[in-house]
Design a binder for this molecule. Structure first.
Ligand SMILES: *Cc1c(COP(=O)(O)O)cnc(C)c1O
Length: 375
């Protein structure tokens, strides 16, 4: 039996979302599925398997260690390392056959040199910074940079890409400027461009709102997991949430006016109140800012978190819900009956983004995979 505070990962919703994104971008456009940060908290290996079985060509990870982990679990597909690397990580990049980003001449030279030492040609994608301001060679120096790379015999430029910083905004003018800058770089490359197989730019926000940003491959992350990056983008791709967070009532107690609940006694009972204790807390990634603010669903009805969220427990007022018993299933994120608590709505309460809510679910919460496909 797994711990009675868990997340369910709906693999059927995940494969549905891949299809929805494919439908949106069209059959000519390849997909790099972004599985960094343990697939946004959903579990990198299980998610990667489903994505690869549904025609995703390449996987994107943020750090070297994530690539090593996936290789050790047996994933053989192309793995693209989105984050930067240090020179002392180059040997591991080659050993684990990861595709690095190049954005710096010294790093590119070191890559080519080490690849030569191993008698290999290393496939790398040039990262053009069109306005993100992170790693990436600035767009106005990109053509010159790529020309210099051409002299490096053990480096193959398998792709060129950029990243949107504002695609979660409504009709983002800045995204249009980034698209223009990227297109200008591609045009200025002239004949070189034909030799670079992959050109990519679009994250979920751009997939939803900027078809001009599709090029030959797109890089969805959040939308694979069935969530929209912000309230401003249109909800137009028919994706379904993949993660639900559930637990069970562990204790029920009747309290009288004057009683207090939780640390610091911040919640004072003013009328006869039935309080259920739930066995999860902020160590599970349920933010303490949801104290006296969050909601859960019990017996198809929403109930409010009262008092402070503890490390391992929290409390809900179930006075108005008939028949609540120890062992009842509780939905923290997700749906039960007619009610839904969306991850987006929790993000909004926390004044953050849905990405942070799923990434925050800690490793002590078991991931239970449901709706496996029949093979
Ligand atoms: C994380 C990331 C993505 C995916 O972004 P979503 O908004 O989750 O779709 C795409 N590209 C790069 C470079 C990233 O770092």
């Amino acid at each position: 039996m797994h711990r009675p505070a868990w997340v369910e990962i709906d693999l059927n919703a995940l494969s549905h979302n891949v299809s929805a994104i494919k439908k949106m971008v069209g059959p000519q456009v390849k997909i790099m599925g972004i599985v960094k940060a343990d697939a946004y908290g959903h579990g990198d290996y299980e998610v990667s398997r489903v994505l690869l079985n549904h025609g995703v060509e390449m996987l994107g990870i943020a750090i070297l260690e994530e690539g090593i982990q996936l290789r050790n679990k047996g994933i053989e597909a192309p793995l693209f390392l989105l984050g930067g690397i240090f020179e002392d990580q180059i040997d591991a990049v080659i050993q684990y056959n990861l595709i690095p980003a190049v954005y710096d001449l010294k790093l590119a030279e070191a890559l080519s040199k080490r690849a030569h030492y191993y008698n290999r040609v290393i496939n790398a994608h040039v990262y053009v910074d069109t306005g993100m301001g992170s790693i990436g060679v600035k767009y106005d120096g990109a053509v010159e940079f790529i020309r210099s790379l051409q002299a490096m015999k053990n480096l193959f430029i398998g792709g060129i890409y950029t990243h949107c910083s504002c695609s979660d905004e409504k009709e983002s003018v800045f995204t249009n400027l980034q698209i223009k800058r990227f297109k200008d770089v591609l045009a200025a490359l002239g004949a070189i461009m034909a030799d670079i197989p992959l050109k990519h730019m679009a994250n979920s926000g751009a997939i939803i709102g900027h078809p001009d940003a599709y090029f030959t491959m797109v890089r969805p992350g959040l939308s694979l997991y069935g969530l929209y990056p912000s309230e401003e983008v249109s909800r137009n791709i028919g994706i379904r949430p993949v993660m639900s967070f559930k637990t069970r009532v562990i204790h029920i107690k009747d309290m009288k006016p004057g009683d207090v609940v939780g640390y610091s006694g911040t919640y004072r009972v003013t009328k006869p109140t039935r309080v259920a204790t739930l066995p999860f807390g902020y160590d599970d990634g349920y933010n303490r800012l949801l104290s006296s603010k969050g909601k859960v669903i019990i017996r198809g009805t929403q109930a409010s978190i009262i008092g402070r969220v503890c490390m391992d427990q929290c409390f809900v007022d179930v006075t108005n819900i008939k028949g609540v018993s120890v062992g009842d299933e509780v939905v923290v994120y997700g749906s039960q009956g007619q009610e839904t608590i969306s991850i987006e709505s929790v993000a909004k309460q926390l004044n953050t983004i849905p990405y942070e809510v799923t990434c925050a679910v800690s490793k002590r919460v078991p991931r239970i995979y449901i709706n496996h496909e029949e093979k």
